[in-house]
Design a protein around this ligand. Structure first.
Ligand SMILES: [Zn+2]
Length: 447
């Protein structure tokens, strides 16, 4: 018996769009007992080419901006003959759509069911509009039963913001409608979401799954100790999904140890939805190739890079009618590999390197903060809260002590030596005991 099903099927009467054809594709997979995750590459790529072309036709017919960009690039019809040819489609930069809620809209405004916007830390927000069918029909078409083991037996606590951006509500839909789990909407950072209440609710309902950010998973663990709630006894999770901030695998290992359960990464964005999900082998993110086509491009030239080369992550959404993103430059860095994963999933594997603007420029090299964190977290006496400050090419690490009798001086010396040995980076170290805990997005890098 299959444990997980897509619990609910929303039918929207007489609704039809360019995406209707894919209902049949996924229905056929269902009938054959398959998911897109393990299809032979050729079949995945055939599907992706069809879906990209359906999206190109949709934006050509329904959106002036997309159409004029395609025409400027020499397109006389909205069609590519191979996935490689996607590189001839113009890319979409964030600054073009910042503050403009209609530029990419491909449906009449009354069709919009939900608006999300990004936090807009750098200026005006980016508005993303979803139709009801985007959210409740098309987004739920591809199933990834190897990646998600959640079922109706689970109680999922969602400690992500429900306001403005996608994460809270997006996971809510996924867990309720796709897996049929009970959801505890803890939220995060809002005035209705105090940490003690959240932990109490997780204890009361015996949550089995937690979805949150890396820093908030650390904060919840810390606070549980202060409140006398015992992890492993009072709260027994079997799985944590981390999203929103990104972190290193060693930070994850520390969380796995603390929470006593498997911790996996989930990569997505408010504009693009889900992009990649880590399998139990924890070797990178499998690209959710039912939902998105991902390319890696050189951040300066825009040229598409081959497997293995690191560059900017560019996403084309495949199952959107309201506001499809076509070759959207995410501002995140990473590289792709063909899957050789033991899990059997054939979808490409992404190594995520973090936000472009967070790269630390040191001695002529760019270092990903995740990489610095990786080596910092190898030191067990260092706590999970830290800052990386870069000033005039000098890196200062501010760190806290964690369950150790080492003096501040001893720990500072240990960190300095470890960073020099492991990555050849000289750094200044300041040991603090007051690094601020945050309920919002953790700020760790100061450039
Ligand atoms: Zn895998």
């Amino acid at each position: 018996m299959k444990l997980q099903t897509h619990k609910m099927t929303v039918s929207i009467d007489e609704h039809s769009s360019h995406l209707e054809q894919f209902k049949q594709f996924y229905q056929r997979l269902d009938e054959e007992g398959k998911t897109i995750e393990k299809l032979p590459r050729q079949q995945i790529e055939d599907y992706q080419l069809k879906a990209v072309n359906a999206t190109l036709a949709h934006v050509w017919n329904e959106n002036e901006y997309y159409r004029s960009r395609l025409e400027e690039a020499g397109f006389t019809e909205p069609k590519i003959d191979s996935l490689e040819q996607l590189s001839t489609v113009p890319m979409l930069r964030k600054d073009v759509i910042r503050g403009d809620k209609e530029k990419l809209l491909c449906v009449p405004p009354k069709e919009i069911g939900q608006v999300h916007l990004t936090s807009g830390t750098s200026g005006k927000p980016i508005y993303t509009s979803y139709t009801l069918a985007d959210q409740y029909v098309y987004d739920l078409l591809p199933k990834y039963l190897e990646l998600f083991k959640e079922s109706a037996d689970d109680i999922t606590a969602i400690a992500l913001p429900y306001e403005f951006a996608l994460p809270g509500l997006g996971f809510q839909r996924l867990f309720q409608f796709a897996f049929g789990t009970t959801v505890l909407s803890l939220g995060k950072g809002g005035y209705m979401a105090p940490v003690d209440k959240s932990l109490d609710l997780m204890r009361e309902y015996q949550a089995t799954v937690l979805t949150t950010t890396p820093s908030y998973a650390a904060l919840l663990a810390e606070e549980s100790e202060k409140l006398g709630i015992k992890i492993g006894e009072d709260i027994r999770l079997k799985k944590i999904w981390l999203t929103g901030e990104g972190c290193s695998s060693v930070f994850r290992d520390r969380l796995e140890e603390w929470w006593g359960c498997e911790v996996s990464f989930f990569y997505g964005s408010t504009e693009c939805g889900v992009i990649g999900v880590e399998c139990s082998k924890q070797q990178g993110y499998h690209i959710m190739e039912g939902h998105v086509k991902v390319e890696i491009v050189d951040q300066d030239s825009g040229e598409v890079l081959p497997y293995g080369k690191t560059g900017e992550i560019v996403v084309t959404t495949l199952l959107r009618e309201g506001m499809p993103m076509v070759r959207y430059r995410t501002g995140d860095l990473g590289n792709l590999q063909q899957s050789k994963c033991d899990c059997g999933i054939t979808m490409d594997v992404l190594q995520l390197r973090g936000r472009m603007e967070h790269m630390l420029h040191l001695g002529g090299e760019d270092y990903s903060p995740f990489m610095i964190e990786h080596f910092l977290m190898e030191i067990p006496e260092v706590g999970l809260w830290y800052h990386l400050k870069l000033d005039d090419e000098v890196l200062t690490i501010e760190a806290e002590k964690f369950r150790t009798k080492l003096s501040n001086e001893q720990l500072a010396e240990k960190i300095q030596k470890h960073m020099a040995d492991r990555i050849g980076v000289h750094c200044e170290v300041v040991i603090r005991d007051d690094i601020p805990r945050t309920y919002g997005k953790a700020t760790r890098v100061f450039i």
